[in-house]
Design a protein around this ligand. Structure first.
Ligand SMILES: Nc1ncnc2c1ncn2[C@@H]1O[C@H](COP(=O)(O)OP(=O)(O)OP(=O)(O)O)[C@@H](O)[C@H]1O
Length: 471
């Protein structure tokens, strides 16, 4: 951007408070703004910000500050180019609660089926999920922008008869590509970003299979009953509700298939009931329906037609695989399971690749010099990512590779420490190669870690066992 250009980019700053801190969010927002504008010249996007620990009022209340990714094409921005939107939030640790329904609508215990599970948002169980999901392009930001666009139009009091939307998003694609996780992560993000409008947020996950009653013809009624409880939640106008329908094809089986006799006739009642209920929900501002499917062809076209966004989520491309494997490796390094080295980002790895810095090297020739070792790691990770891409490995299977590598090729016995449960202080004593440390008050042993070259080699071997590798 031209330095004379007065355009400012909106940058979202998310400030997570410690549990049980009872301070005015408005006052804290002011302190965070003052700290940002007085302490930084530039901010990298995305990045975790540090330095608030030196401001007593922030140190006593804050747990984490994140400058979120932005549509801005620059990796960092000068403070003068930024218009801050500061979101203060506190995580709920509340366990999920389940809503029960049965054929006659009375909770009786044995016959009850769990029709839905509800979480308060933002919830500790979903923290970090957004960052951990890696997709090509700007899939995540586009989805976030879509929701924000609906709020801009709602605020402008746009006539719903002229410009309309249904608040329904459908993600489809192969299994294990992160669709369900993306829905949950998006719900968490929205609960933080929309907290000035909606002080409460919840996600309600529908258990599609439970809605098929063993009492013939009851399923349509079960859907209606479930939506009666959803409507009760939505009626609280200061609460934002995300309704997640996983495997939506089981609830919205194509009516053509039902007519042709390839689907049970109960399916017809369910899909009709669901479409009717969705039409009623679309007038509510505080609800978003997110659905996922592996079988797009099996979904009734009337449901697809109601979705404002139909987004294909594919198997990860090489760059995303690199980034996912890198996060796995870095997590293991941070927990001392793998010896720490600098693992280049995908951007750096591609730079090395373009510069021709890679020469084919066998693991026995891996350099000892830390800088060269880090280039070697980038090289091996790119190779592994290309292999995974060729095999069509899903994101879910990628995250399993470290466990398989440890179990099959490294050997559980060759690594000590974090495999054992936390010990009390009096039990802490140096053992074997380990020495005791205290992390967050929990004593742990730092033991023998595998070296990164061995790890990468083991992951390569797991990929070679193709039949045993669940993709
Ligand atoms: N693109 C990705 N980036 C990072 N992690 C991913 C990605 N895709 C999948 N994963 C990992 O795989 C796990 C499974 O993902 P998830 O259940 O959301 O996939 P899904 O597409 O909904 O699968 P299914 O269709 O089988 O229900 C997640 O916990 C996540 O760790």
């Amino acid at each position: 951007m031209d330095s004379n250009d007065l355009t400012q980019w909106v940058v979202h700053i998310e400030v997570r408070l410690k549990p049980r801190v009872a301070r005015s969010f408005e006052t804290l927002r002011g302190h965070v703004h003052d700290w940002l504008t007085s302490s930084f010249e530039r901010i990298s996007l995305p990045s975790s910000l540090e330095g608030w620990e030196d401001i007593p009022v922030l140190a006593s209340a804050v747990e984490h500050v994140e400058a979120c990714e932005s549509v801005c094409p620059h990796p960092s921005l000068a403070i003068s180019e930024i218009s801050f939107q500061i979101h203060i939030y506190q995580l709920s640790s509340t366990d999920t609660f389940e809503e029960y329904t049965n054929h006659d609508g009375v909770q009786t215990g044995e016959d009850d089926t769990t029709a839905s599970t509800v979480w308060e948002l933002p919830n500790r169980s979903f923290e970090g999920m957004w960052e951990s999901l890696i997709f090509p392009d700007t899939v995540k930001l586009q989805l976030l922008d879509y929701i924000q666009a609906t709020f801009v139009l709602s605020d402008a009091d746009i006539d719903f008869n002229l410009v309309t939307w249904n608040r329904v998003v459908l993600l489809y694609g192969p299994p294990g590509t992160g669709k369900t996780s993306l829905c949950k992560a998006l719900a968490q993000k929205l609960s933080i970003r929309l907290s000035h409008r909606y002080p409460q947020s919840r996600i309600l996950e529908i258990n599609s299979h439970s809605l098929f009653s063993r009492w013939f013809s009851e399923s349509g009624k079960l859907v209606q009953r479930l939506f009666t409880s959803i409507n009760a939640l939505v009626d609280e106008e200061d609460t934002f509700i995300v309704v997640l329908i996983d495997e939506v094809e089981s609830l919205t089986a194509s009516r053509a298939a039902v007519m042709a006799g390839t689907e049970p006739s109960d399916g017809l009642r369910v899909v009709n009931a669901l479409l009717t209920q969705l039409d009623k929900l679309k007038h509510k501002k505080n609800v978003l329906v997110m659905a996922t499917s592996n079988l797009m062809n099996a979904i009734d076209t009337a449901f697809i037609d109601r979705a404002d966004i139909v987004q294909f989520i594919d198997l990860p491309p090489r760059e995303a695989i690199y980034a996912i494997l890198r996060t796995c490796l870095m997590e293991m390094m941070s927990k001392k399971v793998v010896e720490p080295v600098d693992v280049p980002t995908i951007a750096d790895a591609r730079m090395y690749e373009r510069a021709g810095d890679f020469t084919s090297m066998s693991p026995s020739e891996a350099p000892e010099d830390p800088d060269l070792l880090s280039v070697y790691v980038a090289f091996r990770l790119l190779e592994l990512a290309a292999e995974c891409k060729a095999l069509g490995v899903s994101g879910r299977a990628l995250r399993r590779l470290p466990v398989l590598a440890l179990a099959k090729y490294i050997g559980v016995g060759s690594i000590t420490t974090h495999l054992s449960p936390p010990m009390s202080m009096k039990n802490v004593q140096a053992n074997g190669n380990g020495r005791p440390v205290v992390t967050n008050g929990i004593p742990r042993h730092v033991g023998r870690a595998a070296d990164v070259v061995t790890w990468l080699g083991a992951i390569g071997k797991v990929l070679k066992d193709r039949p045993a590798l669940p993709v």
